[in-house]
Ligand binder design. Structure first.
Ligand code: DGY
Length: 323
């Protein structure tokens, strides 16, 4: 009997081709919006699927595992895997994998784009033009800040943080500081990065950029107290996970000019925004698109499928996150 999997939403052909080559059958959701948990459960109960490709918008917990006791793997189509209850997966001996390294370049470039958009006041300028407010050159209009030589504080010095550091160190002569639970020698050698305590980093950085996973220890890491440590001229960038930032505290900090500005690609209550956020001029918002590139999405599809195949063939995923 051929193996069969359920893919909760559409993935690129690059991954589907590998499934066909291996004779693995699949059912795939085709809606642009995420399926509800109820919808996922309904589908999972229809067939004895051997595996599932899940997305960061799918909450994979006991109820889901119960609906599909035959599934040996949930291969997440993303680098992050905070949508999955790993403890329950371990208990039930269900393999869980992610797609590490697929979006380092894309997310790093998006992060730097957000930094530049903030320091050049690019989005404000665009809004100003479209509103017909530009009546003639004014030397004081929408004054920005130089990026060159600034101190960039990376919260999380892993692969994505490392790419951001390389672009900024080589392109803008930035001083890179980082905090992490581990030392990153490569980051230090490639970008002259210096490891700091979290508090020191928050106080020193001109731009704080978040590149850590969402864990109990990083949830609301950027809260009122942390924001108060930042320089009033500093900017905050979040391309990691929304709940790392206490978004209500951020709205207040931006309103009261505790910090100069922020740019967010991810949101605490995604897809909703904390009250007041969209009214602020000193914040730039993008809809979780940092990794939205054909290159990254194709790689994510291939790696998710390769993890499925690996479990079917060897019992273990290539990119298991269960250790
Ligand atoms: C990831 O991979 O975790 C991104 O947030 C979505 O592509």
């Amino acid at each position: 009997m051929p193996k069969q999997i359920y893919i909760t939403r559409e993935i690129p052909e690059a991954g589907l081709k590998l499934l066909r080559e291996k004779g693995i059958e699949f059912d795939m959701g085709t809606n642009d919006l995420p399926p509800s948990k109820k919808e996922i459960i309904k589908i999972l109960k229809k067939k004895p699927y051997d595996g599932v490709i899940s997305f960061l918008t799918d909450t994979i917990d006991e109820e889901i595992f119960n609906a599909c006791p035959t599934a040996r793997i949930f291969a997440n189509y993303s680098v992050g895997f905070n949508n999955i209850d790993l403890e329950v997966a371990k208990k039930r001996k269900v393999e869980i994998s992610n797609t590490p390294g697929t979006s380092n370049i894309a997310v790093a470039e998006h992060t730097v784009a957000l930094m530049l958009a903030l320091t050049t006041r690019l989005v404000e300028g665009d809004r100003y033009m479209r509103a017909g407010k530009y009546k003639g050159w004014n030397p004081k209009l929408l004054m920005g800040t130089d990026m060159k030589g600034k101190t960039i504080g990376l919260v999380g010095g892993g692969a994505i943080g490392g790419e951001v550091a390389k672009i900024l160190y080589k392109g803008f002569g930035s001083n890179i500081i980082y905090c992490d639970v581990v030392n990153n020698k490569k980051l230090e050698e490639e970008s002259g990065a210096v490891k700091k305590e979290f508090g020191d980093l928050m106080k020193t950085a001109d731009i704080v950029s978040l590149h850590c996973p969402l864990l109990p220890s990083t949830t609301h890491l950027i809260n009122k107290e942390a924001l108060l440590m930042m320089k009033p001229t500093a900017f905050l960038i979040n391309t990691a996970r929304g709940p790392i930032v206490d978004e209500y505290a951020l709205v207040l900090a931006l309103k009261n000019k505790v910090i100069s500005g922020a740019a967010l690609d991810v949101f605490e209550f995604e897809p909703k925004l904390a009250k007041g956020l969209s009214k602020l001029n000193n914040v730039i918002l993008t809809p979780h698109i940092a990794s939205a590139r054909e290159t990254a999405r194709n790689m994510m599809a291939e790696i998710a499928v390769k993890n499925i195949i690996s479990v079917f063939e060897t019992g273990k995923a290539i990119n298991s996150v269960l250790g």
